[in-house]
Design a protein around this ligand. Structure first.
Ligand code: NAD
Length: 380
């Protein structure tokens, strides 16, 4: 029996992305899937219904029509409780699940015996690189953050030698040199700025320098398990704070991306540090949605303090939806390959280590330990 894949129109406010694009739909239909797209699902990313039809998809005019008999649902944002209520038992939902903030919907998936894979838990092993949606979307986020910084800066970024005088280049500081930070560095460099960067992981130094930026060194190595950052001790934090504050004070644009998975973002720019910044300086706080790297950041808002513009953007990848949808769709296509056997049949046992790691809910059980703990009243 043909496996039906459904792609709903994203409903979250400000979400412009779509979980599949015509190029990938064409590949999925060639592999024997029936692909259904909810009417208008791709319009805000500039993928029209007509393009999807030309790629072999069927357009569903309602949610009911979309989901009728669908085995797999591809999403960008986590499903809401109402979304889950429309799914029948055994449906497989794949997408970002943001588990800590969606416990109710996860409980509903458990109760309705829906299977959910959370893309944020795809392990960062070489084999899973093509499925790494966190990385593809963070790349876009870093790019947009640098553009947003340049757009809000009262200065040119490059050095200019003109008949009207010589303009000195702007200084851009990137705090946190993971996937998003490295892309922000590359983008700011291309715009001609002097770029400095800092990360608690010393290994990031080489990557920063290879992009032509200066890496701020501190005698701390806080590389924890799996290449992620561990939390710093209080003494380490104080030292870091001093060095970072001095760099922040001399920057025209500061882009912060520092995150510790599953925890509140660390504060790297205190309100006292903001008071030492240059008037006209800009802070783009990419960690705004997880508490902010700047003490004054307000998620989803732009504020001005001491002449400094502090921007707390939400969902930066959605601002370049054409390409982020394309990258995300490719990530999902690679992930889907793990769910079928060599005869194109859906696997019934999820034994592959990537599937095991990303399986959030299955057969009436929450399979992800930390989420299960949160649901039984554990600490966040
Ligand atoms: P992230 O979004 O979790 O964090 C962003 C950056 O902030 C990280 O580089 C982190 O070290 C840094 N940070 C945390 N606390 C900080 C502090 N107090 N001060 C300064 N910086 C701080 O990170 P990410 O972009 O998802 O990447 C995490 C790691 O995974 C990196 O080592 C990255 O290279 C690695 N990675 C590997 C693969 C792969 O091998 N397939 C793919 C993607 C990322």
């Amino acid at each position: 029996m043909t496996v039906v894949i459904a792609v709903p129109k994203e409903q979250a406010p400000g979400e412009q992305r779509v979980a599949s694009v015509p190029e990938i739909v064409q590949k999925m239909t060639k592999s024997g899937y029936e692909v259904r797209i909810e009417h208008d699902a791709g319009s805000s990313a500039y993928y029209s219904d007509d393009l999807f039809i030309a790629a072999g998809a069927k357009i569903a005019s309602s949610r009911t029509e979309l989901l009728d008999g669908a085995r797999i649902v591809l999403r960008v944002q986590p499903p809401t409780v109402a979304d889950v209520d429309q799914l029948s038992e055994g449906t497989i939902v794949i997408g970002f699940m943001n588990p800590a903030n969606n416990l109710e919907a996860i409980a509903r998936m458990r109760d309705r015996k829906v299977t959910a894979f959370a893309l944020e838990f795809v392990p960062r092993i070489t084999r899973a690189q093509s499925m790494d949606a966190l990385s593809s979307q963070a790349t876009a986020g870093g790019y947009v953050a640098a553009i947003l910084g340049a757009d809000n800066c009262p200065k040119f970024l490059p050095m200019l030698t003109t008949a009207a005088g010589t303009i000195r280049p702007a200084t851009v500081l990137i705090l946190g040199a993971g996937v998003a930070g490295l892309m922000a560095i590359a983008t700011a460099k291309r715009l001609g700025a002097i770029v400095e960067a800092y990360d608690v992981r010393r290994a990031a130094g080489e990557q920063v320098r290879s992009l032509g930026a200066k890496f701020l060194e501190l005698e701390i190595n806080a590389e924890g398990q799996g290449g992620y950052a561990r939390e710093l001790t209080p003494e380490e934090k104080a030292k870091e704070q001093q060095m970072v504050s001095a760099a922040v004070a001399r920057a025209d644009i500061v882009i912060t991306t520092a995150a510790i998975p599953g925890r509140k973002a660390p504060v790297l720019i205190t309100k006292e540090t903001v008071a030492t910044m240059r008037p006209g300086a800009v802070v783009i706080d990419m960690a705004a949605e997880s508490g902010g790297n700047c003490e004054l950041t307000q998620s989803g808002k732009t504020i001005r303090e001491h002449g400094v513009l502090i921007i707390g953007p939400q969902n930066l990848p959605a601002r370049v939806p054409f390409h982020t949808s394309q990258m995300y769709a490719k990530n999902l296509q690679s992930f889907l390959a793990l769910l079928v056997d060599k005869d194109g049949k859906l696997v019934t046992e999820f034994t592959d280590e990537i599937l095991v790691a990303s399986l959030l809910v299955h057969a009436g059980e929450v399979r992800h330990g930390p989420t299960r703990e949160l649901m039984s009243g554990g600490k966040r």
